[in-house]
Design a protein around this ligand. Structure first.
Ligand SMILES: Cc1cc2nc3c(=O)[nH]c(=O)nc-3n(C[C@H](O)[C@H](O)[C@H](O)COP(=O)(O)O)c2cc1C
Length: 265
């Protein structure tokens, strides 16, 4: 069974491609995370858990969910990460999580996908050409990863050295605590009150007040709200004004089967 969380579609695309080729079930964990649904998940085939990388690891809310939910049936667990180029210590922490659950860690794969974090000056958003090139080259690597999973072979990604682990480990909690504030998020008068942002927030951090979203304090900066707004009505202070929003569905037509580009990009 393929399980995934995805804010802007990169991970969803990879997860659905893998499930399609393995002829396996694909489950979006968003609703389960939002509602705290801890119903055990049973799979006859190995688990393949797909996650984006947030500040060098998998998102905390996903790690916490996976720690708590019971995975029954098959004992093997694979991880697949999508990132903007640096998956950090995601693999090492995934291995620790799987061992804690007394399952068998089968390694992880990393896919370099378009960046989706609108707020970084150091890692700016990429051009449409670069996004397309990244999607294309990740798509071409999928059969190899699928073949290894199908044959129950371990996945191998870049080795994480102890020094890298020790240096990076404190980075995520400190950065997210001080930098991931929701305060500057606001909806402009383009907002049509559709509530999509509220439904896509994995932390239930958005509430609709008088038909407009309001943000509480518990934000993972996943970008689901701002990138998926159908009318681009969400801004982060003045920083995001005039910036092109990213979601993979602007580029590709279907999430399974052959890669088909939308004409626009
Ligand atoms: C809060 C946040 C932090 C991120 N941190 C990293 C990072 O440390 N390294 C990296 O390469 N990409 C990073 N990214 C980029 C995403 O991992 C990447 O774009 C991913 O494919 C998004 O997946 P999704 O479309 O399934 O949400 C970050 C994105 C967000 C929203």
């Amino acid at each position: 069974m393929v399980l995934y969380y995805s804010a802007t579609g990169n991970t969803e695309f990879i997860a659905k491609q893998i499930a399609d080729r393995l002829d396996d079930q694909c489950v979006n964990l968003l609703e389960r995370i939002r509602t705290g649904d801890m119903t055990p998940i049973r799979s006859r085939k190995p688990f393949v858990i797909c996650s984006p990388i947030y500040v060098c690891e998998m998102p905390k809310f996903l790690a916490e969910y996976l720690e708590q939910v019971k995975l029954t049936g098959n004992r093997k667990v694979y991880f697949v990460f999508t990132s903007g180029g640096y998956a950090g210590i995601g693999g090492a922490l995934a291995k620790r999580l799987v061992k804690k659950k007394e399952k068998v860690y089968m390694g992880h794969a990393e896919f370099k996908m378009p960046r989706n974090y609108l707020l970084s000056e150091r890692y700016p958003m990429l051009s449409a050409e670069e996004n397309k090139a990244r999607i294309q080259s990740s798509y071409e690597r999928i059969p190899d990863v699928v073949e290894r999973i199908r044959n129950r072979r371990r996945l191998r990604a870049k080795h994480i050295f102890l020094l890298e682990l020790l240096v990076t480990l404190p980075f995520h909690p400190v950065w997210t605590k001080y930098m991931h504030t929701a305060r500057p998020f606001h909806a402009t008068n383009k907002c049509v009150g559709c509530g999509k942002c509220e439904r896509m927030c994995p932390l239930n951090n958005i509430v609709m007040l008088y038909n407009k979203p309001a943000w509480k304090q518990n934000c993972a900066h996943c970008m689901a709200c701002i990138e998926n707004c159908p009318v681009d009505a969400i801004e982060y202070g003045e920083r995001t004004q005039g910036m092109e929003r990213y979601r993979i569905s602007k580029y590709i037509k279907r999430f399974t089967g052959d890669l088909e580009w939308k004409d626009k990009k």
